[in-house]
Design a protein around this ligand. Structure first.
Ligand code: NDP
Ligand code: BG6
Length: 600
């Protein structure tokens, strides 16, 4: 059965599948009339679903590590238990139904205008407009909203709509009315051509926005989807000429937030000339990924994990990112940053902070971010000897020649910019003292994957040690959170092979999302855009987190550059430099993704 948490004061009572309490209906209705985001988050995102009562033993068909086709019936956002729910919660307001859907439409008379600055660019086309359409399609955008594209390119509204329409897709599970919905959505998209440093051009945008807002309270969201060197110009002009006069004004800032401590601090200082910290939404789209969002649920709502979440039981933690393509098309940007700044300092470090933080006081943004920043500040300064860098070189396979990083015309010949890095990090606090947190990120590797691997310690005095031979490390439990692709959470356990003998086997307790949930997983940008519209900052980076993240990486980045450390070259499509294995071995760690039990 699905238990939906109806209000904050019911929360603690509703954490078990067998005991729950409903708040009185009258208070529910009053509550829903003034629902805010954090309540949406509590109510819909912390909606606990117990397993179906009659669980069949799944028939496993091994697909890839941790993924099985199970006979467990899929849950569609909790609706497979709809009937039971209907009996239990027989009176539901429309608001309540929407809360279960994961988004809360603001029914008041204010408007939200979303301006995509840099609308002609790659990110806008690939991610932002499709995410906005998905939100519209799901009924998550407010009743009165307008979308404006802003860039220097000359375009009419019709041309923008045509451009945007090419990248919109419909949800697989709800194809009906898709074209109609697309048309309706596109009718609410407009374009204004202007310079990023022209207050006059933004003033004209302001005039157009006002016409659409029709005198209602206006709330304005600007998404800076432009190169970082023009962030400040655009923020200045948007803030001075196109801020809302009577509602909120928020600005989403894309990464990179500087390239070291100094430039990041300078960027923050400049932004704060025009915006307050509350108005700045620094996006790290990995925080919007389903399994990253689920990390806290896994830890804090399951009794079995949190007690094990420390140096006492965890041997090491691995944060792995790999892509099976190079920097094709983005070499110019990439060469200025490199893989450590592009992936480790933000995406992987954010996951680490969420993984390792202490229990926050509440699910409020500030409480969560306070705990994350404590982790970042407790980290041991990263040493050069704990970092391995690599760069991909050309490789021919099956008659196809894959380019080297430096073959990209926008990359200077002889560039030492790393396209691969591995690092060993440590958190100097009571919970994690001595536990290696190994990070590995690379482009042009053999697969595309992002995962968290938690390797547990040996079982003390294990009665079955002799069944494992000499390699006891292989017998330890490993929890794998596969962020993408093919989302899954699985736990490797030792199990007796059925039969009269005593043969042990490594098996997976597996939560394979595609088998368990029929609903398509939303793109990270959808979640983050919705949060920004609703003023929820939990998944955005606060300036002190950013400072702490840069403090950790800046010294080593400078050393790598000053000493002109030559990267270890690895063939395009390979598993990366061998140096990553030596680094792990120094801390008695074996990379979990390269274990013998991985299906390739
Ligand atoms: P683009 O390079 O496509 O730039 C976006 C738009 O900005 C362009 O269409 C162009 O519009 C304008 N622009 C580009 N260069 C300049 C310049 N030198 N001076 C003034 N205007 C310029 O960027 P993306 O869309 O790829 O990325 C946008 C932001 O998002 C960047 O900060 C990027 O780092 C970040 N990002 C991008 C990701 C991606 O997958 N693309 C992933 C994660 C972050 P016009 O000429 O019409 O004004
Ligand atoms: C971006 C990086 O932040 O994340 C890119 O700049 C990288 O280099 C991308 O390709 C990966 O995102 P995702 O969501 O495709 O894993």
């Amino acid at each position: 059965m699905a238990i939906t948490l109806y209000s904050t004061h019911c929360r603690s009572l509703a954490t078990s599948s067998s005991s729950f309490q409903l708040c009185p209906l009258s208070s529910n209705l009053a509550y829903h009339q003034r629902v805010t985001f954090s309540q949406r988050f509590l109510a819909s995102k912390v909606s606990l679903k117990s397993q179906p009562q009659s669980y069949q033993i799944p028939v496993h068909t091994q697909q890839q590590e941790g993924s099985v086709a199970a006979s467990v019936p899929p849950v569609e956002n909790g609706t497979s238990h709809k009937q039971l729910n209907a009996e239990l919660f027989s009176v539901k307001s429309p608001q309540e139904s929407r809360v279960e859907d994961g988004c809360e439409k603001d029914e008041n008379e204010s408007t939200v205008s979303i301006t995509v600055v840099g609308a002609s660019g790659d990110l806008a086309k690939k991610k932002i407009f499709p995410a906005l359409f998905a939100l519209y399609y799901e009924g998550c955008l407010p009743k009165y909203f307008t979308i404006f594209g802003y860039a220097r390119s000359k375009m009419t509204d019709a041309e923008l709509r045509n451009m945007v329409s090419k990248t919109l897709t419909c949800r697989i599970d709800k194809r009906e009315n898709c074209n109609e919905k697309m048309d309706q959505f596109l009718k609410r998209c407009f374009y204004h051509s202007g310079q990023y440093d022209s207050q006059e051009n933004f003033a004209v945008l302001d005039k157009k926005l006002k016409e659409h807002e029709g005198g209602k309270t206006s709330n304005r969201l600007f998404y800076l989807s432009i190169p970082p060197n023009i962030f400040i110009d655009a923020v200045k002009c948007a803030s001075l000429s196109a801020s809302s006069g009577n509602g909120w004004t928020r600005v989403i800032v894309e990464k990179p937030f500087g390239r070291d401590s100094e430039s990041s601090a300078a960027l923050t200082k400049s932004l704060k000339q025009y915006l307050t910290e509350d108005q700045i939404f620094r996006i790290d789209h990995y925080l919007g990924k389903e399994l990253v969002e689920n990390l806290s649920v896994l830890r804090f709502s399951n009794l079995i994990f949190e007690p094990l979440w420390s140096r006492q039981y965890i041997r090491n933690v691995q944060l792995i990112f790999s892509e099976d393509f190079g920097t094709e098309g983005r070499g110019g940007y990439f060469d200025h940053y490199g893989i450590i700044r592009d992936i480790m300092q933000n995406h992987l470090l954010q996951i680490l902070a969420l993984f390792a933080m202490e229990t926050p006081v509440s699910l409020d943004a500030e409480d969560i971010r306070n705990e994350k920043v404590k982790v970042l500040r407790s980290m041991r300064p990263l040493q050069l000897e704990d970092v391995v860098v690599g760069q991909y070189k050309s490789h021919t396979r099956g008659g196809v020649t894959y380019p080297a990083y430096v073959d990209d015309k926008t990359v200077p010949l002889g560039s030492f910019t790393p396209t691969f890095a591995a690092a060993a990090l440590f958190i100097n606090n009571a919970r994690w003292d001595g536990v290696p947190f190994l990070m590995k990120a690379g482009k042009a590797l053999h697969n595309k994957r992002a995962e968290i691997r938690v390797q547990f310690r040996h079982v003390p005095g294990n009665l079955y040690n002799r069944n494992f031979g000499t390699d006891l490390d292989r017998a330890t439990n490993e929890l794998v959170i596969r962020v993408q692709p093919d989302e899954a959470i699985y736990l490797k356990i030792n199990n007796k092979v059925p039969g009269l003998g005593m043969k042990l086997d490594r098996s997976n307790l597996n939560l394979h999302y595609a088998a368990r949930y029929s609903k398509e997983i939303p793109d990270a940008y959808e979640r983050l855009l919705l949060d920004a519209i609703e003023g929820e900052r939990r998944l955005f980076i606060r300036s002190d987190e950013l400072d702490a993240a840069w403090s950790l990486f800046t010294p080593v980045l400078k050393e790598l550059e000053e000493k002109k450390i030559v990267p270890e070259y690895y063939p395009y499509g390979s598993r990366g430099p061998v140096g990553a294995h030596y680094l792990a071995a120094r801390y008695n760690v074996r990379w979990g993704d390269l274990g013998t039990d991985v299906e390739h």
